[in-house]
Design a protein around this ligand. Structure first.
Ligand code: 3HC
Ligand code: NAI
Length: 716
């Protein structure tokens, strides 16, 4: 709702009240309509200020209402009515003015903000466009070029940037409502025509067509297959070329199309899943409600390779002081040059609330004795990690949290060699660790709620989406990746090329297909893991069945040929040289695949993109159901957040589990049965029991699976 009060000096104050972000629910919109009418009718009122309760102006339309029928007064006429008022109306912006919140402010005649406020039109991230006049008013205010940037990226901007762009009339460090009241008193009686944005022309550069064409190409490249960014550009084309009223019609038509698309539902689901996973709970019942997190101010990182360096930077950026330990002299020297430079670059990019933490470099593990938390990031080798954990537990003060960045080794085994197994958890970062948003917090059977809470909170401080996951080989993300990679290799055996597989996946929306991705990460990573698992290496027979199941030796043979991906300039593709980034088709790979097929009596067939997608994605999804069944993830939202934030799953498809629901669980089951029938020696294609159970009860919506699984667990 909205509260009305009249301040001394003829100013009406309208306060939006809908905690926590004053979203524009039906009740709030009704409140605004009523209070604006009241201010308009009151002859003693000469000007109006609109503000939000509890230090937040407005977080936009109420996203929760999108799922149901539209009730209450619509936003567009409400904002028009405000713009038409013949008394000056100012928005007093504190905290946030986002989406419909900024659109409401754009309907006001003036905008005054606190210096710490954030503004933006993030609708594109929810699969929408600014549909309450934002796509038409903003370009009229700040010009087409700047509006294209803000609306197609959805980025939040600071008050300082908004002032520079001309969105704001004034920025203050003081009480923003007081400032706005003073402002409207000053301007009362002045003509308002030039303040009504809908009446202004849209400032466009001379090469407007080329600007719009380039913007269209850019959004199509950046978010392949996503509808909303394209619609945003189309709405801005309308702003540039049509009168306001026709532009608004175009905005409405585009919004209606987007609103009814599966993509908007997927992106709104992704918004809420990100928040659901933050409210973690473990099968033991531990959660934020009953677990206290420790505040960490001193930490250590062991091993300064690819991951360790990024983790040091991520920690230091939050103001934590870090002891960075590396035993190899050359690596230590390199890291002590590279890490401060990385930190400086990153700190320059962000506006840090606190100064970065101090980093000290050492080759001596003894130097970590005073820290509160250690993150180990040495090679993925269990015996080495056990040695490091034994050493740490003897060096560190009792009560120090010991974490491992392992990509999939057993956390419990590491905990077992320490004095306090309860204080051991996995903190699985993704490369580059100071950039990637995902953190898997891995709890073992003995990890204490306090240790999990501390790691989750530390992740949050670092700006990560932290997801609590159970301790199983590969945890959640890498466990699901295994069947996906496996299918990709089988498809090559059967006749596909790396390009065909990658193109199908990139067309689906992945930024990189599986083979391009593997070349980037380094093919030796998986090779080493397969060697450790006894699947390949000296003495292992080169057959296509290993450990009782179908196995493709293709990736091992590529590694044996010295092709380790981008780092060696050759992998599934060829590059300009070691470290090259542009993947080109390599005749060597095609000859190699032909020879391989001939050797094993395989006849290449033409494989359609649909089969590539089904085999790769449904195998991955099937493993997701197994993970839910095994309680290694608390719900489908956790899996989806992991894939969206860590593995490049296209956000507009929500995540693998959401996607399964959209495709239809019955269809996924039927296709898995079909592929498993054709490939009975591939256990990953055998439909999961949970999937079967969900289909049997009528394929309920993804939002109800968590409850369904918990109930089944209680009854079993
Ligand atoms: N509608 C409904 N609920 C919202 C909401 C919204 N617009 N914005 C936030 N919330 C809810 C969150 O779901 C969360 O609920 P929970 O406590 O039950 O989980 C609670 O408010 C707090 O949110 P956060 O945990 O995200 O709090 P932060 O302080 O970290 O962030 C924020 C605040 C920056 C406002 C962030 O919530 C945000 O980005 N919100 C979405 C803003 C947005 O995209 N607005 C556009 C909406 S679409 C629109 O306006 C269409 C129009 O053009 C027609
Ligand atoms: P890396 O090979 O780049 O670096 C490992 C570093 O540890 C080397 O510099 C090595 O000298 C150092 N080291 C070895 N023993 C040590 C010891 N006893 N004390 C101190 N330093 C020691 O490895 P990378 O890629 O950084 O991986 C580290 C860990 O992170 C592994 O467990 C890996 O599985 C995991 N991981 C890797 C990811 C990646 O993309 N590279 C992603 C997520 C996790």
């Amino acid at each position: 709702m909205a509260m009305y009060s009249r301040l001394p000096g003829s100013v009406a104050l309208i306060t939006l009240q809908n905690p926590p972000v004053n979203a524009l629910s039906a009740a709030v919109r009704q409140g605004i309509v009523d209070t604006v009418q009241r201010a308009l009718k009151d002859p003693k009122v000469t000007s109006v200020v609109i503000c939000g309760q509890n230090g937040k102006f407005c977080g936009g339309a109420d996203i929760r209402e999108f799922a149901g029928p539209m009730l209450g007064p619509p936003l567009v006429p409400m904002i028009h009515a405000i713009e038409a008022v013949d008394k000056p109306v100012a928005a007093a912006i504190e905290g946030v003015a986002l989406g419909g919140g900024l659109e409401l402010a754009l309907g006001c005649h003036y905008r005054i903000a606190h210096s710490k406020a954030l503004l933006g039109l993030p609708e594109v991230t929810l699969g929408l466009l600014p549909g309450a006049g934002g796509s038409q008013r903003l370009p009229r205010l700040i010009g087409l070029t700047a509006a294209l940037d803000l609306i197609t990226t959805g980025r939040h901007i600071s008050a300082a940037e908004a002032l520079k762009l001309g969105i704001l009339d004034q920025v203050t460090d003081n009480n923003v409502v007081d400032q706005a009241v003073e402002f409207v008193r000053r301007v009362a009686g002045q003509p308002l025509d030039s303040r009504r944005l809908s009446t202004l022309p849209c400032p466009c550069p001379p090469d407007v067509d080329s600007l719009l064409d380039k913007a269209m190409v850019k959004v199509r490249q950046r978010s392949r297959g996503a509808l909303a960014p394209v619609a945003c550009v189309q709405a801005l084309m309308a702003a540039a070329s049509l009168p306001y009223t026709q532009g608004m019609e175009k905005e409405r038509d585009l919004l209606t199309t987007l609103f009814n698309s599966g993509q908007a539902r997927a992106l709104q689901y992704a918004f809420f899943s990100q928040r659901v996973v933050g409210k973690w709970s473990l099968p033991s019942g531990a959660s934020w409600d009953n677990s206290a997190a420790r505040t960490i101010s001193k930490a250590a990182v062991i091993g300064l390779g690819t991951m360790g360096r990024g983790i040091v930077v991520a920690l230091a950026l939050t103001g934590i002081s870090v002891v960075a330990v590396e035993t190899q002299e050359k690596q230590l020297a390199e890291a002590s040059q590279a890490v401060p430079a990385m930190l400086q670059r990153e700190a320059g990019r962000r506006s840090l609330a606190t100064p970065p933490g101090v980093i000290s470099f050492s080759s001596n593990l003894q130097d970590v004795s005073e820290v509160e938390l250690v993150i180990e990031a040495v090679f993925e080798d269990m015996s080495l990690k056990l040695q490091v954990f034994r050493h740490l537990t003897s060096v560190c003060r009792p009560g120090t949290l010991l974490c491992s960045n392992t990509s999939g080794l057993d956390i419990d085994q590491l905990a077992a060699v320490t004095q306090s197994p309860g204080l051991v958890v996995g903190m699985h970062f993704f490369a580059p660790a100071h950039v990637m948003k995902l953190l898997e917090v891995v709890y073992g059977p003995r990890s204490s709620p306090e240790a999990v809470a501390t790691a989750m909170q530390l992740g949050k401080r670092m700006g990560k989406v932290s997801v609590a996951v159970g301790n199983c080989p590969g945890f959640v993300g890498n466990r699901m990746l295994k069947p996906y990679l496996e299918q990709a290799n089988f498809l090559l055996e059967e006749g596909a090329t790396p390009q065909q597989v990658d193109e199908a996946l990139e067309e689906f929306g992945f930024p990189m297909g599986v083979f391009r991705m593997s070349d980037l990460s380094g093919l030796d990573v998986g090779w080493r893991i397969r060697k450790e698992a006894g699947l390949t290496g000296p003495g292992v027979e080169s057959t296509r069945t290993r450990q009782g199941r179908r196995y493709s030796p293709l990736p091992d043979q590529v590694c044996e040929a010295g092709r380790l991906g981008q780092k060696t300039g050759r992998g599934w593709y060829q590059y300009d040289g070691p470290g090259g980034r542009v993947a080109r088709s390599d005749p060597w790979v095609h000859i190699f695949l032909e020879a391989y097929r001939a050797e094993h009596g395989l006849v290449a067939r033409s494989i359609a993109p649909e089969e590539i997608l089904e085999r790769c994605l449904y195998a991955l999804i099937n493993e997701g159901f197994n993970i839910l069944q095994d309680a290694m993830a608390a719900g489908p939202e956790d899996i989806d957040a992991i894939y969206v934030f860590g593995y490049g799953w296209p956000r507009h498809h929500g995540g693998p589990m959401f996607h399964a629901g959209q495709v239809g669980l019955g269809r996924i089951l039927e296709r898995l049965q079909h592929h498993h029938h054709n490939h009975p020696d591939v256990p990953h294609l055998k439909p999961s029991t949970l999937l079967r159970r969900l289909v049997a009860v009528g394929s309920p919506p993804v939002q109800t699976w968590r409850e369904f699984i918990n109930k089944e667990r209680v009854h079993s």
